[in-house]
Design a protein around this ligand. Sequence first.
Ligand SMILES: *Cc1c(COP(=O)(O)O)cnc(C)c1O
Length: 384
Amino acid sequence: MIPLPQSFIPFTRPSIDEATIAAVGDTLRSGWITSGPRVQEFEAALSQRFGGRTVRAFSSGTITLEIALELAGVGPGDEVITTPLSWVSTANVVLHRGARPVFVDIDPATRNIDLAAVEAAITPRTRAIIPVDLAGLPVDRDRLYAIARQHGLRVIEDAAQSLGASWDGREIGCDGDFVSFSFHANKNLTTSEGGALVLPADIDVALCERLRLQGVRRIEGGEMEVDVAGHKGNLTDLAATIGLGQLRQFDAFTARRRELAQRYFARLSPAAGTRDIGLGLPPADFIQSNWHMFQVLLPLDRLTLTRAGLIAALRERNIGAGVHYPAMHLFALYRAQGYGPGDFPHAERVGASTLTLPLFPAMADSDVDLVCAHLSDIVENARA
Ligand SMILES: *Cc1c(COP(=O)(O)O)cnc(C)c1O
């Protein structure tokens, strides 16, 4: 009998230390709880992390992406190329701009957007590319930017999952065009809800700030003017205070995630001499990936259990698991745009069989061992 975990192991869980909790109390008592000095401090700390680039904080990763598209000049009639294997936010923001999300398939080796397919999908209407670093594994930035430069396209990096990941020895955010981050509760750094945008040098920072808050511009004599319909996308000082506390712990978080991912490989990889239960393992990148998620592909055609059944069986054993994500072109919203089954076979196969196992900095080594033992046991017993 494999022992059950003593308490429920969720698929993720934020780590908020006591110093952060105390700092949030200080902000609450300060008399200023919406956007103010803590937001500026958080933006400055992020900017420092990204080699001095301009960073603005927002209330979510989604509004950050939407404003980046607006600043990039994306509007009705334009096409934006992206991956169907992401959180729906990635494509929904394109629809909000009145533009068309053009999906292309993923590369099954990385589960990220297939850059050859990106190139093949470029038309005279293409305005931008939104790559996603799924699970924190970076898209090949050399090839991505070579394509963008050659075709005069803007890039809005959806780096919601890849804070702390790197490409070619440089952290994501330090280079590139627009880089968008999310600080949702499940992300590697959280502000509960929040986001940040790294701005390219040719973009008007004042316009970005106006788009963040109703388009309001201060003019002479202390009066205001509004000449663009801005959004309501500002971050609060309360949230920024959490973010500042998270930043102090962040490099340790990433190091711990990499260790845990390595332990998963040691327990699940047939090459490591363990029982082969037919799982598809993620790319074994322990240097560049920030291990936002540890995702396996289930051998569903060889099992008597569905994915939902397997998740329920894990839950009965006190283990949480998630699905990130079904291929989004199969959602009703995108079928109505003309997409359907068979369009992107790799994304469909990964989307239908992917399972996110628990991975978060406070997880113990023994938790990984338990998750692997129970998962193997359930899969063994469900052999068709
Ligand atoms: C979380 C996430 C977003 C959206 O971020 P929010 O802060 O929840 O709005 C966008 N894209 C990807 C890939 C994400 O994981």
